[in-house]
Unconditional design. Structure first.
Length: 269
């Protein structure tokens, strides 16, 4: 796809990147996605999330990259690993995965100053029917949201596409957390909401880089953050799932920076 040739900031504070910046984002995104590909074989009943995080940190270091999360606001790990009813920001620990557990693993790496941010779902052992349905709807809502990315559309169009699809399957979109701009910084404008009204919000322009990362609950949308100030869980203890890609807006659509090189982005497709 054609890429923009500019470098400025919009009135909303959203960075418009240059065409040469796409290569840096692709390199960072590819590494993050490759690490998530490679971690898949290590997800099984009896495994600990602490060991998964150790392996991820090892892979980041071996690639000559840096983890964006280690040291971020005091966070001490190379990944967030959110199991079952944990919505996001789950802290790796020594608790062992059980058969049927579902988990989101979220990794952000820094490669030559560019941030690659992506997450996806995994299954330890046998997947239940209700968990499979949740994972499928969450994955498909992300891809439907991405399809709304093109110049002239708005961020509200993205959120509306996701929300309409999810609620059509009688599930809930989490509204307490959102996607974000990124590039040479971890988090920047805009906030990318996964709900909204068509035609609202900032207008998409070529050169915008951001994440889309819907969190979907089988039950109600409400969340609460635990005493560790990181772990967010569903208030009704229903299962939650999330998928995340980093996106760049092009002259005629989008590019996904975090595509899985091994085709493993969805755990069962």
């Amino acid at each position: 796809m054609n890429q923009p040739h500019t470098g400025r900031q919009t009135k909303d504070g959203i960075r418009i990147h240059e065409s040469s910046d796409f290569a840096g984002m692709h390199a960072a995104g590819k590494l993050a996605a490759t690490i998530l590909d490679e971690i898949a074989e290590h997800v099984f009943p009896g495994q600990t999330t602490a060991e998964l995080d150790r392996l991820i940190e090892e892979k980041v270091t071996a690639a000559g990259a840096k983890s964006a999360t280690i040291g971020y606001k005091g966070y001490a790990h190379a990944s967030c690993i959110s199991v079952n009813h944990v919505v996001c920001h789950g802290i790796p620990g020594e608790k062992k995965l059980k058969d049927g557990d579902i988990l989101n693993i979220d990794v952000t790496v820094i490669v030559d100053g560019w941030y690659g941010d992506t997450s996806r779902m995994y299954v330890a052992g046998k997947l239940s029917r209700k968990a499979e349905r949740l994972i499928n709807v969450t994955h498909d809502s992300l891809m439907i949201g991405i399809e709304a990315v093109k110049p002239g559309n708005t961020f509200g169009d993205i959120g509306h596409a996701i929300q309409t699809f999810v609620e059509g399957h009688r599930m809930s979109v989490v509204t307490d957390f959102c996607g974000h701009g990124l590039g040479r910084v971890f988090h920047s404008p805009p906030n990318v909401l996964h709900y909204g009204r068509p035609g609202t919000g900032a207008v998409l322009e070529p050169g915008m880089f951001f994440t889309i990362e819907p969190m979907v609950n089988l039950g109600r949308a409400e969340t609460k953050t635990l005493a560790d100030d990181w772990t967010a869980v569903t208030r009704d203890k229903s299962l939650s799932a999330q998928f995340e890609h980093s996106i760049g807006v092009t002259e005629d659509g989008y590019e996904i920076f975090t595509l899985s090189p091994a085709g493993k982005f969805h755990p069962t497709y």
